[in-house]
Design a binder for this molecule. Structure first.
Ligand SMILES: *Cc1c(COP(=O)(O)O)cnc(C)c1O
Length: 398
């Protein structure tokens, strides 16, 4: 195949699509009014925000009054967890539950709370990357105020039994937060049917701009502010509204949730073809559940190679992907997600994540299938680690 550019890192971020940019454009040009002002162009902004709030609410089965715009998924996670902790502390509750393989926006927030006197239980996941609801149930104590379990994992794509966990939390009267950044637009979500109390979402994973997201806060939950200042977002989140991005988020979520089954069918067909072909490579394994996974997620480890080298070689061929290897995350340890599902370090280092999205085509999938095996073969030919694997040495022993 001729060289092409294949963007296959849609779990990291996505391209802003034409309809989203078009919806935003008026607010980046002449419609610059401050939504708190009373003249016409200010009121236009306020109306655009209200309409966007309705759209986002509808997309997840929430009420308009339950949606608060934030600067992204990380802020929504921080708000939900830190401010739930503030409320709980006043009632003498000090315990929260999360999982070992959350996004760092959740994990590092929980670690921050641990330093401030809270007690956190980190539930393990099984070798497929699934949380067992009964483990959550067993971990709930009298002083538990929050359970936070991500809807779908950003690295291995596993989709969690969110409705079951929601049911348990509701019965036990514990708030349930889910980081649904990867799930929104890819999995049908209904916060009321699923008994979700708090939900984080982000724009740039669904073709809206970076720096915009939202927190859904169920009616009756009255978290204090994370960001103090002006009276924006009904006094809950200060800062002059990012009108253009809010409108972009609404357009993006509307498009992403319009026909989820059709999107799942299209993407999972490409995903399964890539998985089947890449697993023909010797000493490779699929990470995560083969079925309960995001339609666009492929995560495969190739023993005997380094993820970074693989990514650099793929880049030379025009393919953007990602890895759970160390340097990409700026630390020496490989991905905590891959370690959580029991991978040895060396196998985690050789992992490749391909995340397909709306803009990917069958040709993209074929191109990936053509390029990856050749690159893996070339890298292994130069790898001392691969020689040791061929000699059947235990490379994880030392
Ligand atoms: C990307 C991502 C986030 C962070 O969202 P930002 O909008 O980039 O702050 C949080 N959680 C998950 C699961 C993500 O994939």
């Amino acid at each position: 195949m001729d060289k092409r550019f294949v963007y296959a890192d849609n779990s990291a971020t996505t391209k802003i699509t034409a309809p989203v940019l078009e919806a935003m454009m008026p607010y980046l040009t002449d419609g610059y009014g401050n939504a708190s002002s009373i003249y016409s162009i200010g009121m236009d902004s306020a109306r655009a925000i209200l309409k966007a709030r309705e759209t986002v609410a509808n997309a997840i089965g929430a009420k308009t009054s339950e949606i608060y715009f934030t600067s992204g998924g990380s802020e929504a996670d921080n708000w939900a967890i830190k401010c739930a902790a503030d409320v709980a502390a006043k009632k003498g509750k000090k315990h929260l539950i999360t999982t070992v393989f959350e996004h760092h926006a959740v994990l590092h927030t929980c670690q921050y709370l641990e330093k401030h006197g809270f007690d956190v239980t980190y539930i393990p996941v099984d070798e497929m990357g699934l949380v067992h609801p009964e483990d959550v149930e067993k971990a709930i104590r009298d002083d538990t105020f929050l359970v936070s379990v991500m809807f779908a994992n950003n690295e291995i794509g596993t989709i969690q039994p969110i409705a079951e966990i929601g049911k348990i939390c509701r019965e036990k009267k514990v708030w349930f937060h889910t980081d649904a950044v990867q799930a929104v637009g890819n999995v049908p979500i209904n916060v009321s049917e699923m008994n979700i109390d708090l939900l984080s979402l982000s724009g740039h994973k669904i073709h809206a701009p970076k720096g915009i997201g939202a927190l859904y806060m169920r009616t009756g939950i009255n978290l204090p502010n994370l960001i103090h200042g002006g009276a924006q977002e009904r006094n809950k989140r200060a800062g002059t509204e990012n009108v253009a991005s809010i409108v972009g988020l609404a357009k993006a979520i509307e498009l992403a949730t319009a026909d989820i089954p059709a999107k799942q069918a299209r993407l999972s067909k490409m995903r399964d073809k890539i998985i089947a072909e890449l697993l023909k490579i010797p000493e490779s394994r699929l990470n995560g559940d083969p079925v309960k996974r995001l339609a666009g997620n492929v995560n495969i480890s190739f023993r005997g190679i380094e993820g970074e080298s693989l990514l650099l070689s793929l880049d030379l061929e025009g393919i953007c992907a990602s890895s759970g290897s160390a340097c990409t995350s700026g630390s020496l340890d490989p991905s905590h997600v891959l370690l959580a599902i029991g991978l040895p370090h060396s196998t985690a280092h050789g992992s490749l994540r391909i995340s397909l999205g709306d803009l990917n085509t069958e040709e993209d999938a074929d191109y990936i299938i053509e390029k990856v095996p050749a690159i893996v073969g070339k890298l292994r030919a130069m790898s001392p680690l691969w020689e040791r694997i061929l000699r059947d040495e235990d490379i994880d022993a030392e």
